[in-house]
Design a protein around this ligand. Structure first.
Ligand SMILES: [Zn+2]
Length: 89
């Protein structure tokens, strides 16, 4: 585990890009409002989407976690894709 090393040393644009958190909306199952999610970095989201791991949303009002839907995963995957990004935006 060399977390400090990962955070401290890299300063290239590519690394900043991958370290940036991605904001996306996911609807809370309790209050049904779309909540902005910003817990995941671009790198983490990409890896989770590819591996099929669940991605969680969180509502600060309800203090509730949930798994984002398949539709939301597809939209995220499109946004993260270098090809799909510009056109869909
Ligand atoms: Zn809620």
């Amino acid at each position: 585990m060399q977390i400090a090393n990962q955070i401290g040393s890299a300063h290239s644009d590519a690394d900043k890009f991958m370290d940036a958190t991605v904001r996306f909306l996911s609807a809370c199952p309790i209050c049904f409002k779309e909540r902005e999610q910003r817990a995941y970095t671009r790198a983490a989201l990409g890896a989770f989407l590819r591996a099929g791991y669940k991605i969680e949303g969180y509502c600060t009002i309800c203090n509730e976690f949930w798994q984002i839907s398949g539709q939301e995963r597809r939209e995220l995957a499109q946004r993260l894709s270098p090809l799909g990004d510009e056109r869909s935006g």
